[in-house]
Design a protein around this ligand. Structure first.
Ligand SMILES: *Cc1c(COP(=O)(O)O)cnc(C)c1O
Length: 489
């Protein structure tokens, strides 16, 4: 049946405008699931050649499933697209943003595909190194790095520390001096461009905790030491530091960005500063990092750009800006996280209680919204609670073509905001015990997971060529209890 016909294709009065009524989830699956997902002859979803009912039976639910082939293909696509777009002028390093999802196995894939790893804490650094990353191809971020984290990075021989403040430049200088090493440093700047999805906002001053502003410092009385922006003062300080090798400038302008315009504006501003640094100090800094934040499709409404489109837009902007200032094109780096692991991941849940709730519509009628409760929720996917993030869902253990009803997939936590999928059409026949798959959960779901309501954190399983491998095993109640030291008498 075509989607234009029949009563069940009338939009539900409570549905958002972007949500299309369906009688079959094939279109959603094609758009949102990993590239190696398909339906078996029996209608069961299979990912990486492994049937999801088998995964759920062997590993339990909720379960994070990550397609190795999909992850690797996306990592490779970013590296190839950016290397090609910037060739022959310069080379590109792609740093996988480890905070999106990290395990030793994932570090292995990243290294295999020729990517570097970005970390944002001592713990992430430890994990990257445990996974076999070459320390020279690891970066350390963070707006409040401890001395211990900086020391650990320097002792490991890290490839770069991205300094976030003047205070940190001073501490890196001191700690590197104490250790008798030279610290490779990039400066994280806030270029006054904040981007999300389709829009970017350009302001002089960015109201946020990260980075060094490119705008003149309004908080300081102007003296010789405080002249210029915090960014310029950090450049002066770093160039003047005996134990710092200033490698270049960095910016990260937001996340879930679809349009390349924000990246282009930021790159142009940073290149203008590179030109000023050459005028003032006679130094051409070697590197420029344009950050991560590349958007992905969470629902049918999202239309992300391909790595090629982003790379080509950025390469032409960067090359033109460098030519205008008579600079050679610096070595470029980018830091995608979500765009590599997000679409490669799916969360499987078991359906439990369902409720049809009468809800007042804007035009004074009553309509039914179906609440479909699953066996996880905000403890395994906090993005709904944190960002009002939208997701989609499909029935995974069987294929149903026919009537679909407007549904809200909710968790089992003691919060009414515990919503996994705010609006989705699910088969009317969805029943207790059915498996649901929520696509695009590879990034920032396991990373942000918690033990709220004392739920053990789910396992993360990779699938490839018909084989499932437990990357991170399910937490047990005993493990959670073991942190409780008992009551003092
Ligand atoms: C979070 C972050 C990234 C990755 O962002 P994605 O949206 O996952 O691509 C890259 N760089 C920095 C500095 C970040 O903080």
């Amino acid at each position: 049946m075509s989607q234009q016909e029949g009563p069940m294709t009338t939009p539900h009065p409570l549905a958002p405008d972007w949500l299309t009524p369906i009688t079959d989830s094939a279109g959603l699956e094609h758009k949102l699931l990993p590239t190696d997902a398909h339906r078996t002859g029996e209608g069961v979803l299979s990912i990486g050649g492994v049937d999801v009912e088998r995964l759920a039976a062997e590993h339990g639910t909720p379960l994070y499933v990550i397609s190795e082939a999909d992850f690797r293909a996306r990592a490779r696509a970013f590296r190839e697209a950016f290397c090609q777009a910037f060739a022959p002028e310069t080379e590109v390093d792609v740093f996988y943003a480890g905070k999106s999802f990290l395990s030793t196995q994932v570090v292995g894939w990243v290294v295999d595909e020729g990517l570097c790893v970005d970390t944002a804490s001592g713990g992430e650094l430890a994990l990257a190194l445990a996974g076999g990353a070459d320390p020279a191809r690891v970066g350390l971020h963070g707006n409040n790095k401890s001395d211990a984290e900086i020391r650990r990075a320097l002792q490991a021989g890290i490839g770069r520390i991205i300094a976030d403040s003047l205070d940190e430049v001073q501490r890196i200088e001191q700690l590197a001096g104490e250790l008798g090493v030279t610290a490779p440093v990039m400066l994280r700047l806030t270029p006054g461009v904040h981007a999300s999805t389709h829009e970017y906002i350009a302001t002089a001053h960015e109201d946020q905790k990260f980075g060094l502003s490119l705008a003149a410092d309004v908080t300081a009385e102007t003296t010789a030491e405080t002249a210029g922006s915090p960014a310029e003062r950090a450049v002066a300080l770093a160039l003047d530091s005996a134990h710092i090798e200033l490698r270049g400038l960095h910016c990260h302008i937001g996340s879930q960005i679809f349009e390349p315009t924000g990246f282009e504006v930021a790159a142009t501003k940073l290149i203008a500063l590179l030109a000023k640094i050459r005028r003032d100090y006679g130094v051409e800094l070697a590197e420029l990092d344009l950050g991560g934040g590349h958007g992905i499709a969470y629902t049918e409404a999202d239309e992300p750009r391909s790595p090629q489109e982003i790379a080509e837009a950025l390469a032409s902007t960067v090359k033109a800006a460098c030519a205008q200032h008579g600079l050679s094109v610096p070595r470029i780096s980018i830091e995608p996280g979500r765009a590599i692991v997000g679409p490669a991941g799916v969360t499987l849940y078991r359906v439990g209680v369902q409720k049809d709730v009468g809800v007042d519509t804007p035009d004074g009628d009553t309509a039914v919204r179906r609440y479909v409760a699953v066996d996880g929720g905000m403890s395994d996917n906090a993005r709904g609670v944190l960002y009002d993030a939208d997701y989609s869902a499909v029935l995974a253990g069987r294929r149903v073509i026919g009537e679909h009803v407007l549904s809200r997939v909710v968790g089992k936590h003691c919060e009414s905001g515990d919503i996994v999928v705010r609006d989705v059409y699910l088969p009317a026949a969805t029943a207790r015990g059915d498996l649901l798959a929520v696509p695009a959960t590879g990034a920032y779901c396991h990373s942000l997971s918690s033990n709220y309501n004392w739920l053990p954190r789910p396992a993360v399983v990779s699938v490839s060529d018909g084989v499932a491998h437990t990357m991170i095993r399910r937490e047990t109640e005993d493990e959670m209890l073991s942190r409780d030291t008992g009551w003092a008498r």
